[in-house]
Ligand binder design. Structure first.
Ligand code: SF4
Length: 291
């Protein structure tokens, strides 16, 4: 009997990353020379593919020239960086994910009302650096409730979140923030469900398979977390970057193999992994309507 391959119900590119890649493709097709500020996505294979289309990465706005198109990636940037790009580049394509734009707008609105903003997330994450830039004198970034003690007394605070953090971390922190003010605390959950949806789908599938392949980069935090989730129920879970990382020995005796992918893994790479599994004896598949 052949090996069966099952794809998780949710996998691969999230809405914001897919949109950013499409915006880059559009500019390339118009014949523009495209430069992204920072790597567009955490996937070396996709970055290599984009490089073949002439897309390169810059690290500072000063590196862009008038004859080039600058792309702001899904994480977004501070208003200062956006302005610098607009002054330097021939054209700016803003691929900030709309879910991130929402957090930026909320921070900006609270600052305009002279309120404090507490953002729950990682201070060194590009998304957080960008959001803080919308309320530089009013916002504090804390990673969880253990850092609430470091906050000053807060004025009419608004609490928002990095889009990818855990809901429990957010709500526990928001609750603790109440000890830092006599005013009402406005709590706005700005977590995006993409990460959780992929984890929930992987968890559901991991109990039904003998082996599980998570396609993603080892430095992509959402792929690493996805792998950890799969391991909870399926010991034979592997984080792979490409089809070449599949070791056929790992599939000995396997009847059902699960496949999922991190939010920055492109569809073409997922298809290659499925093809490789097919060549190793997967002749029966389910949920194979690849996006
Ligand atoms: S994870 Fe969510 S917020 Fe982040 S880019 Fe993807 S869709 Fe947007």
């Amino acid at each position: 009997m052949g090996m069966k391959v099952l794809l998780a119900d949710e996998y691969g590119f999230c809405f914001g990353v897919e949109r950013a890649v499409e915006m880059v493709e559009e500019s390339v097709q118009k014949g523009e020379t495209v430069r992204t500020l920072g790597p567009l996505i955490h996937n070396e294979q996709e970055m290599k593919r984009l490089a073949t289309e002439g897309v390169a990465t810059i690290s500072e706005p000063v590196q862009i020239t008038r004859d080039e198109t600058a792309v702001i990636r899904a994480h977004g940037v501070t208003p200062e960086v956006q302005k610098a790009l607009e002054e330097q580049a021939g054209k700016v394509v803003d691929a900030t994910c709309p879910f991130v734009t929402r957090v930026q707008r909320l921070a900006s609105r609270a600052a305009a009302q002279d309120r404090h903003v507490v953002i729950v997330g990682s201070a060194d994450h590009p998304e957080m650096i960008g959001v803080k830039g919308y309320a530089p004198d009013h916002a504090f970034i804390i990673k969880d409730e253990t850092e609430v003690a470091s906050l000053p007394r807060l004025r009419n605070p608004m609490v928002v979140s990095q889009t990818t953090i855990k809901a429990k971390t957010f709500f526990d922190t928001a609750e603790a923030v109440k000890t830092k003010t006599d005013d009402e605390v406005e709590v706005i959950n700005t977590i995006c469900s993409a990460t959780r949806d992929r984890q929930d789908a992987a968890r559901a599938l991991s109990g039904m398979v003998d082996a599980f392949y998570v396609i993603g980069a080892t430095h992509s935090s959402n792929s690493v977390k996805l792998h950890a989730v799969c391991k909870e129920n399926c010991e034979r879970s592997f984080l792979i970057e490409t089809e070449d990382d599949i070791n056929p020995d790992d599939l000995a005796g396997v009847k059902t193999v699960g496949v999922t992918a991190g939010a920055s893994t492109p569809e073409w790479l997922i298809k290659r992994v499925v093809e490789r599994l097919r060549s190793l004896g997967a002749d029966e598949e389910k949920n194979m309507g690849l996006k």
